[in-house]
Design a protein around this ligand. Structure first.
Ligand code: PMP
Length: 350
């Protein structure tokens, strides 16, 4: 009944979206604040009559606004149904193990191996430093058909500087694509988009799900050389011509247009991240230095699973990882000040 391809799949398991009771939900790195007010206005004033028409297949107006916001050309941008879909197109277009395995960090976004299995791409996990930072020299010591890493990395939250990314690009073979998955870059990092004109084999992937508070709309985008972007359009148009619906295109434009809201909400998340990190450290936790909208932290007296269970019993959801090397930790999304205070109280009652 099933294709051989299908029998080999190992699906990604998303974080819990529980429906049984209301939790303080700090487990899937969503933004605690609403999208920019212009998003509500754009949706409210939308003439529903227009929904009988297909969306603009290439979301041109949205791509132009994204390009303008990042100081690049429209031809250097494409959007998709969440950055997960963009990543799927990227794996299809650029990675092929006839030229070696795809390289990615040992501890990283767990969708990467899932896409590798889906497309039949071999991969090699490259160890992090002892202090959990992605190590550029370890990547450069390997030969691969390509390289992908989140910056900041997930679930550690740790950031590589733009200098380090530049050093990598200067040494990495020009005919192999490097993807920097910048899902969390707006919470304190410096984007590698500044390098795309210099390195035509560099692709930067972004999402609306975190810093733009639109996880429910499913919108992500890629920025890179015109050549890489053309390839991604060819994949999209071989799979689904209309991945981004009309309302999402409108919401995405309104969210990106409001720079003030963007700066205000991400600043609040960053300030709270520092408060939570300091408070947990003061309680004896090991807290990795995060530049994302979450912290990766381990309690002094119990493992991540026990912390997860103890917090869940008190109505606070965080995420633990049942993977060697990560079991001491939980990943805690930064919530509102009230939610974070409730988390810290729950930690005291563990
Ligand atoms: N990359 C990383 C590193 C992530 O953590 C996530 C969120 N799970 C994504 C990509 C996907 O984000 P989305 O599909 O919501 O844009």
């Amino acid at each position: 009944m099933y294709s051989e391809r299908f029998t080999k799949l190992t699906p990604y398991v998303p974080g819990e979206q529980p429906q049984d009771r209301s939790y303080i939900k700090l487990n899937t790195n969503e933004n605690p604040y609403a999208p920019a007010p212009g998003v509500a206005e754009a949706l409210r004033s939308y003439d529903v009559e227009n929904l009988r028409r297909y969306p603009d297949p290439n979301a041109d107006a949205l791509c132009r606004l994204i390009a303008e916001t990042h100081g690049i050309k429209r031809e250097q941008v494409m959007v998709g149904n969440g950055s997960d879909e963009i990543l799927s197109f990227v794996f299809f277009a650029f990675f092929d193990s006839s030229r070696g395995p795809l390289l990615f960090p040992e501890h990283t976004y767990s969708f990467y191996p899932v896409y590798c299995d889906y497309y039949g791409i071999d991969y090699k996990k490259v160890a992090l430093d002892e202090d959990y930072l992605v190590n550029i020299d370890r990547f450069l010591a390997e030969t691969g058909c390509g390289l992908i890493f989140p910056n900041p990395n997930a679930p550690t939250g740790m950031l590589l500087s733009l200098d380090e990314v530049t050093r990598l690009m200067e040494r990495w073979p020009e005919d192999r694509v490097v993807v920097v998955d910048e899902a969390y870059i707006d919470f304190g990092g410096e984007s590698a988009v500044a390098l795309i004109d210099r390195f035509p084999n560099l692709l930067v992937v972004r999402t609306y799900s975190k810093s733009y508070s639109l996880a429910g709309s499913r919108l992500g985008w890629a920025m890179g050389s015109e050549e890489l972007i053309r390839a991604l359009y060819a994949v999209k148009d071989s799979f689904n011509s209309y991945p981004v619906d009309t309302l999402t295109q409108k919401a995405g434009m309104a969210a990106m247009a409001d720079r003030e809201w963007f700066d205000k909400t991400r600043s609040m998340v960053m300030a709270e991240r520092e408060r939570v990190s300091e408070a947990l450290s003061a309680k004896g936790w090991k807290v990795l230095p995060s530049e994302a909208n979450f912290v990766f932290a381990g309690a002094p007296d119990r493992d991540g699973k026990a912390v997860y269970e103890g917090l869940k019993a008190q109505g606070v959801l965080v995420r633990f990882f049942n993977k060697e090397g990560l079991t001491p930790f939980v990943r805690i999304t930064i919530g509102t000040a009230e939610e974070n205070t409730a988390l810290l109280h729950a930690v005291d009652s563990l």
